[in-house]
Design a protein around this ligand. Structure first.
Ligand code: SAH
Length: 495
């Protein structure tokens, strides 16, 4: 896997080591060597980037601006890995990770970087991607020759990342693998490189309600002697407990993912969960008997209560079922969608397309400001949710279609739908080339791109720019504090 490193404070530093190394036969470092290095960047996995004998080494736990001592632990063709031994000069952004199991868990990658440092790094990650991959000019950054060629071009404004006031306890959903120990059921995360589950009772990015629910379910199932699934043998019943909490309504959902249909003492289990989990309105079973790491199986049935819980974002209500995709950070989701609506620049007269619409969240936000919205999404269940959510909110100016955006968009185009604005929110791999072509063909006056991956974003913006659009502004939003994930909203206009 080739990986880019991203310095925290500059977009112009480049890593010559990798290209030079590929010409050499033998890496100039060997495992076990101890070395000292300045840290010049952070990889996309949050590892510090250092150099030794001109060779690039990734060092977990090291931060840009630091000087560290480390030991080479593996050497590849173009980079190696090293273990941090000591920090000789500390970054001003370094802090002690607040979570006691930060090193073992792997769920967060940036807890040793303070929050302002995280936000600064995330913005720089977006800027560097636009400059290096997209060859785009960014305001306040040194212009590269390729970008400078387009002299008449206004540079792009990349705003500071919208962070959280309190960047902890933000996740509304927990998905916990279950195992067994002598003391009963355990649930938490897989120990690195094994099938053993480390018990976890506190996760600082998880809402406390979810923690409490998971504890109660583990305790209840354990007290009734319900067995845990064993990944190595394929035996045992309870595989995962998935819990959701809707902060605006206080409703909670418990999903038991089981290796088989029958749950011993099912009624007692439901009774204990109802007694011990405040706000629980839905207890659901999902059956997964496959020997797979995929969490959910095909069959889902409600054991008690409702099939869904309800949550509200920005005044719109959403029904969330056990399998629905729903953003995990509701506070930041609202800010993300508000940025998308702002960049769409709607007056109430427009026809808008929302491609990759999921359960129609952005579509419904847009519908309040547009004449007509068309949403397209490839997962049929998500579109069922989207239609249900439109009805739930009495929103009638949206129409949803199931299918690949790159196929449906040309069909809409052919049937005479002329969007003024197109919003895209693709998965990590970005937009399909056919979709880009059909975007360019339908020529909306604005494009709003919501992205969870700066690298594919920059690639796609380049294509759209070459096809006659200009990127005006970028608003990054921190949806996942303490992790390396970066979400951004982009505003483009016709040149
Ligand atoms: N806008 C939504 C969902 C974004 S996630 C929200 O904010 O909640 C990206 C979505 O794109 C997923 O729901 C995924 O199922 C869908 N998807 C992936 N490939 C697609 C394609 N080729 N055409 C349409 N939708 C696709």
């Amino acid at each position: 896997m080739s990986r880019v490193y991203l310095p925290i404070g500059t977009a112009t530093a480049t890593c010559g080591a990798c290209s030079r190394m590929s010409e050499q036969r033998k890496p100039p470092v060997t495992t076990g060597q101890i070395f000292e290095t300045d840290i010049v960047g952070l990889t996309l996995d949050g590892e510090g980037v250092g150099r030794f004998n001109g060779f690039t080494l990734f060092i977990e736990g090291a931060l840009p601006g630091e000087k560290v001592r480390a030991e080479v632990v593996s050497v590849g063709k173009s980079f190696g890995k090293a273990r941090l031994e000591s920090v000789l000069v500390k970054s001003v952004h370094r802090r002690n990770p607040p979570c006691p199991i930060y090193d073992q868990c792997g769920g967060c990658q940036l807890q040793h970087l303070n929050y302002p440092g995280q936000l600064q790094w995330k913005r720089q990650y977006v800027v560097d991607s636009l400059v290096r991959i997209g060859k785009l000019p960014v305001a306040g950054e040194p212009q590269r020759a390729e970008a400078a060629a387009d002299a008449a071009r206004e540079p792009i404004t990349v705003h500071p990342v919208i962070g959280m006031d309190d960047p902890w306890r933000y996740r509304n959903k927990a998905q916990v693998p279950i195992g067994e120990s002598e003391g009963g059921l355990v649930g938490g995360f897989y120990e690195q490189g094994s099938h053993d589950i480390v018990d976890m009772n506190a996760c600082l990015i998880q809402e406390e309600e979810n923690e409490q629910t998971v504890r109660a379910v583990k305790g209840a199932a354990g007290s009734l002697g319900i067995s845990a699934y064993n990944r190595a043998t394929g035996r045992g019943l309870l595989r995962h407990v998935v819990v959701r909490h809707a902060a605006t309504t206080g409703q909670r959902m418990v999903v038991l993912i089981t290796n088989g249909l029958n749950i011993p003492h099912q009624d007692e289990l439901i009774g204990l969960i109802r007694e011990q989990v405040p706000g629980v309105v839905s207890i659901v079973q999902n059956i997964n008997t496959e020997r797979t790491a995929v969490v959910f199986g095909k069959d889902t049935r409600t054991l008690w209560g409702e099939d869904v819980i309800y949550d509200e974002i920005g005044g719109i209500r959403f029904a969330i079922s056990a399998r629905s995709f729903y953003q995990v950070n509701p506070v930041q989701t609202r800010r993300l969608y508000e940025s998308a609506v702002r960049y769409a620049g709607l007056t109430g007269e427009e026809t808008v397309v929302d491609a990759y619409c999921g359960i129609g969240t952005i579509s419904l936000f847009l519908a309040r400001h547009a004449r007509q919205v068309y949403g397209v999404e490839i997962v049929p269940e998500a579109i069922e949710d989207a239609r249900r959510n439109a009805a739930l909110n009495g929103i009638h100016n949206v129409e949803f279609a199931v299918g690949a955006a790159e196929r449906v968009l040309p069909r809409w185009q052919a049937s005479g739908i002329r969007p003024d604005v197109i919003v895209v929110d693709p998965p990590r791999k970005g937009c399909d080339q056919v979709l880009i072509d059909s975007l360019l063909e339908s020529r909306p006056s604005r494009i709003v791109y919501v992205s969870c991956n700066p690298s594919t974003l920059a690639r796609d913006l380049r294509l759209l720019e070459d096809g006659g659009y200009r990127t005006v502004e970028v608003q990054p939003v921190d949806m996942f504090p303490h992790t390396v994930h970066v979400e951004s909203v982009i505003w483009m206009v016709q040149k």
